[in-house]
Design a protein around this ligand. Structure first.
Ligand code: PLP
Length: 478
């Protein structure tokens, strides 16, 4: 592609994106295509000769948008949001154009230094103690894997990487049943094994780990010759917002010298609002903490921030310095503070290669300001809680789990319905086939419940009210 053509198509793509965003409300939220429909329209093999961009672009418009689920649609109330504020999309256009691989300071100094700065902006915005450092990962799953590997290595005295696990006592990690499946995967990938992920019973409406049971499990494991390594706590779990009492869990971790990682992938964004911070009371005692600005805050996917009280154990676990990755003479000026080695962020994560993810955070926080970002989240929480009360007032609905920030779950309980689980699954499908809004379900102690979270970046109070009307209409349709 010649420079002139590149300019033409880059502008066309950006304009297409702006039109797409403007027209989102006219689209069904969840893709309404049959499985295999896209595959059927794609050539079975790559062309031998290049094709005209007009043709490729026209095919894109014909095949792709209607077969997408529209995560930026204000009728998106499913899963958790994956918000991409327009300003972060603009930043991503720039990142894509530069297309740098930012693994080392010298492979893109601006990427590294901006990452240091925006992480500290976020630390301040979240009210985390001074001293927390951080790195941007692709996903919370990667950050949790890095944290589990770190707790494993600390517990094994740094010999797990060389010896493997077979010759050592069983490494044990503790969590509740409310954590995200990324914890299970981290346990598999780290070689610890699912049998050594100890599920602690939960208590209270927030479904947090019972601290006494956690303590007892650690003591019993030690007595049995096993090696307790760490705890993974949840703040705002995926299913229904399950949240551990971080202060109580941290107390147990401290007593036993265990590493504490906290997964606040979704709820972390809300901690920019001081009034919600009781949800992670005691957080400064965590060793490691992940939250995803690519969920609720508005930074386009992928952008997951991994905070560390002390990055050294993580770096000792993951850094690898073959000659071809060494850099010489990249020292920060020693001006009385901040002298020393530059940061090479690829030593803080499992993948070596890394994108320039800090730019979209810098654009987002500067263009909106923290106050606007806080107000959006405050509105989402308030509108969701109002909606919960509206369902509570209806005799044919019941609240299954109470709101945690902007997430609650409910189900339709019409009189005379024998199989409520089937009925509510059918209702979710009917709502999503209808397309005006998008919802997903979960299972709470055997009950199928419909999750409702408000969090899409541009959602309005009217959108939330409309969602209530759509749900009632679909539920009562005989
Ligand atoms: N933790 C929680 C609480 C989540 O809800 C999710 C995803 O929804 C994850 C972790 C995994 O996030 P990621 O997709 O960034 O790996």
């Amino acid at each position: 592609m010649q420079p002139d053509e590149f300019r033409k198509w880059a502008v066309r793509a950006a304009e297409w994106g702006a039109d797409y965003r403007e027209g989102l409300r006219d689209r069904p939220v969840r893709a309404q295509v049959r499985a295999g429909a896209v595959l059927d329209q794609l050539a079975a093999s790559a062309p031998e000769q290049g094709e005209a961009m007009e043709t490729i672009f026209a095919d894109f418009e014909r095949i792709v948008p209607d077969a997408m689920t529209h995560w930026q649609h204000p009728g998106f109330f499913a899963y958790f949001p994956a918000n991409a504020a327009p300003v972060s999309v603009v930043a991503e256009h720039l990142v894509n154009a530069m297309a740098a691989q930012c693994m080392l300071w010298q492979t893109s100094p601006a990427a590294t230094e901006m990452e240091i700065r925006v992480i500290d902006w976020l630390r301040q915005a979240l009210g985390l103690a001074e001293g927390f450092k951080g790195v941007i990962s692709d996903s919370a799953s990667s950050a949790t894997l890095a944290a589990v590997l770190t707790m494993r290595e600390i517990a094994l005295g740094w010999c797990g990487k060389s010896e493997g696990l077979a010759a050592n006592p069983a490494v044990r990690v503790y969590c509740s049943g409310e954590v995200h499946t990324s914890v299970d995967r981290a346990i598999w990938v780290s070689g610890i094994g699912e049998d050594n992920l100890v599920r602690i019973a939960v208590t209270g409406s927030r479904r947090g780990m019972d601290a006494a049971a956690l303590d007892a499990a650690i003591v019993a494991d030690r007595e049995a010759g096993m090696l307790p390594a760490g705890i993974v706590a949840s703040v705002g779990g995926t299913s229904i917002g399950g949240t551990d009492d971080i202060a109580a869990v941290a107390e147990v971790a401290k007593r036993h010298g265990l590493y504490l990682h906290v997964d606040a992938a979704w709820a972390g964004s809300a901690m920019i609002c001081p009034e919600f911070r009781d949800l992670w009371n005691g957080i400064d005692a965590a060793d490691s903490l992940v939250f995803n600005p690519h969920k609720w805050l508005g930074a386009q996917f992928d952008c997951s921030v991994h905070f560390l009280k002390d990055p050294e154990p993580l770096i000792k676990t993951l850094a690898y310095r073959p000659e071809f990755l060494k850099t010489y003479g990249n020292q920060l000026p020693g001006n009385g503070s901040g002298g020393g080695e530059v940061v090479n962020f690829s030593e803080w994560t499992v993948p070596l290669g890394r994108r320039f993810r800090a730019l979209k955070l810098w654009f987002l926080m500067r263009a909106h300001g923290l106050e606007d970002l806080r107000n959006r989240i405050r509105n989402h929480v308030a509108w969701s809680q109002e909606l919960c009360e509206k369902f509570r007032a209806e005799t044919d609905f019941e609240i299954v789990t109470e709101p945690v920030l902007s997430l609650f779950s409910f189900r339709h309980v019409p009189e005379g319905e024998g199989d409520l689980n089937r009925h509510n699954l059918d209702l979710v499908n009917a709502i999503n086939d209808d397309g005006r809004i998008y919802l997903t379900q979960t299972n709470v102690d055997g009950k199928i419940a419909i999750r409702f979270q408000v969090g899409q970046f541009d959602v309005t109070q009217e959108d939330v009210t409309r969602a209530f009307d759509v749900i009632c209409e679909m539920a009562r349709r005989s």
